[in-house]
Design a protein around this ligand. Sequence first.
Ligand SMILES: [Zn+2]
Length: 415
Amino acid sequence: MTRIRARVLNPLGPNEVEYLSDALVVIDGERIESIGPWDGGLCHEDVRDGLLTPGFVDAHVHFPQTRIVGAASGPLLEWLDKTTFPEESRFAASDHAERIAKIFVQNLAAAGTTTALVYGSVHGPSADALFAAATEAGVHVIGGPVLMDKHSPEALMVQVGPAMEELARLHERWHTPGGLTELAVVPRFALSCTREMLTTAGQFAKDHDLWVTTHLSENTVECQIARERFGTDDYLQIYEDAGMVHSKSVYAHCIHLTDSEMDRMAAAKAVVAHCPDSNAFLGSGHMPIGKLLKRHIPIALGSDIAGGRSYRIPRQASAAYDNALATGHPVRPEQLFWWATRGGAEALGQSDSGQLTAGFRADMVVHELPDWVDDADGALAWLLFDHDAPRPRDTWIRGRHVWSRNGSSYPWLQA
Ligand SMILES: [Zn+2]
């Protein structure tokens, strides 16, 4: 049992946070035993000079793009050809995949991300490297290799049969529901897949009760090519025809959707991974957040490394605020904090994380906090919008201390 005395910022709902200036959080193993006002008793750690929050959820991030953060070669299709595909090709080599996987999971922990939905490279063994690194570092990863079998560089294509064999092998080895590693089915996007790949992948996900995730409607040129190649009226229909639009599916970007597509996603309870920094950096456009909220479409935030430029989900929340204002539908900081934590966890089916609550997983982050901040509004302003704030000081995942900034240099120096 560990008793931590802390200032706490906790999400209570999409429009509600609680700020506790002197709280006691009791950790028992992987879980929070209790949280409440400080009782004056024994304390193992006192972090009241910082701010304790739940860990963050990153619903869309690419592990083989770790080394190309900041590659300014957009828009999307050019960026993929010039920068992304050459780097992802390197993941055929296991030693490269293993080294970058270690750096990647450290980057997540150093950003305060405690659960992530992760795209791998097309190579099955690079997914082994990702899961092994996540296990060692103590980071919760839902992920898998990307599936690509059409209109892509030769080195990055795998045919349907071998791809499904690799998924079956990875499922057997790594899929631990409720554990740190869970397999996801990840067709890259319609442009890199045949109809057969999408359909088979969708069925594999259903058969094994796995998350399926892909990109949707990110770039207008991509949308046009997708419709032409598949002969559909709109982009979403391609994925609907493959049986992969449902409550265990996550779609990244969703910028250029029609009203009909949004209505159908809402009816299917499909999840949107909102990646506003990537959308800005690749010039993809603004996601119509108000239209999604009106339809109650579940939303989580995604860093979309390396389309996005920061692993830190609070930076994505800040970009989501900008996006919302620009689309004429402002959102409150409480809403952003909710998406970053409990809302994101809920969207990814995590019933017991994203909030500091008795019985939940002890996924927690300590942030630096200026001494003049002593209320919820000030804490939200600092946490979400002050881009000069340092990285989180400490991160725990399931009660295990997985990151400390003190004495550490940048994560890549440790891998
Ligand atoms: Zn992406």
